[in-house]
Design a binder for this molecule. Structure first.
Ligand SMILES: C[S@@+](CC[C@H](N)C(=O)[O-])C[C@H]1O[C@@H](n2cnc3c(N)ncnc32)[C@H](O)[C@@H]1O
Length: 270
């Protein structure tokens, strides 16, 4: 429990009969010991609604979901020192890698929080984010896994809730269904498509190309000459909607009598 008395979602906790993450994954302890720029899931709840205190300054808040190795987060933070940059990443090892990237870049206005982006509403109040970025979210290619894709109605509702009117959501992905899912999900919400590219190397980005950083995954697709898609969405003026869609992914609420409270659909536990 944190000092506010709230518990974070128990994703990644001990599953009975199996060694805990702490016992098998050295990055669990490493991320706990790191200190700033790392924010643990437990510590994150201290900052809900007051992230400027975590950054120790007031500045526009820009958030990246699924920061991976941190190229984008550290790169954008270096380019925009006037903004507070917060990455959200579920995997312990990648949290640590992000933190090292931020440190290596000499960035003091960047943080990486270990949290599950399906529960974005734990971390942010309505109309509290100035920019939201998602780069190469997990594709969940199989049709039977499609419900696990973050880019869908639920995320569109989350985004329209946490983004300030006029703020943008920018998505890059190698997997077109991720863009389609978000476009469909945005229907009827105060979200407007400003531009879409089916191949950013051929057609360019739907935003200022200087206002971007090539991510680790993006480089992999560039090397294969495979297209990377991009989608630019703006949060229109209007009241923040409430969440009505069903939360399909992320931690499933623990079932009484169940031995597992672990998120069922994430890959390995690094
Ligand atoms: C395909 S990788 C892309 C990494 C990076 N954005 C890039 O473009 O190189 C997807 C990343 O999202 C993270 N991720 C997946 N689901 C997540 C969730 N629900 N919450 C937070 N991070 C998540 C994964 O751990 C992984 O680091």
């Amino acid at each position: 429990m944190n000092h506010t008395g709230r518990h974070h979602r128990p994703f990644r906790e001990k599953v009975h009969g199996r060694p805990s993450r702490t016992e098998v994954n050295p990055y669990v302890a490493l991320h706990e010991q790191f200190g700033p720029p790392v924010v643990t899931a437990e510590g994150a709840l201290d900052w809900t609604g007051r992230w400027e205190d975590c950054f120790e300054r007031t500045a526009p808040l820009h958030v990246e979901v699924g920061s991976g190795n941190g190229f984008f987060l550290a790169g954008m933070a270096s380019r925009h020192p006037d903004r507070n940059w917060l990455g959200i990443e579920i995997r312990y090892k990648r949290v640590v890698l992000c933190a090292r990237k931020l440190e290596a870049a000499g960035v003091r206005h960047g943080r990486i929080v270990r949290y599950d982006a399906w529960w974005l509403d734990d971390l942010f109040g309505p109309a509290s984010i100035d920019g939201l970025y998602v780069n190469h979210p997990d594709p969940w290619v199989k049709v039977t896994d499609a419900r696990k894709r973050l880019m869908g109605r639920y995320f569109a509702e989350l985004a329209s809730m946490v983004l300030k009117p006029g703020a943008e959501l920018r998505l890059k992905s190698d997997f077109a269904p991720n863009l389609d899912g978000l476009v469909r999900g945005a229907e009827g919400l105060p979200l407007r498509i400003l531009g879409r590219s089916a191949d950013v190397r051929r057609d360019g980005l739907p935003w200022d190309e200087h206002d971007d950083v090539t991510t680790n995954y993006q480089s992999k697709f560039d090397r294969k000459a495979a297209p990377v898609h991009a989608l630019r969405i703006i949060r229109d003026v209007g009241p923040a909607p409430t969440l009505t869609a069903v939360r399909q992914g992320g931690l499933q609420a623990p079932v009484a009598g169940s031995s597992s409270t672990e998120r069922p659909m994430m890959g390995d536990g690094d």
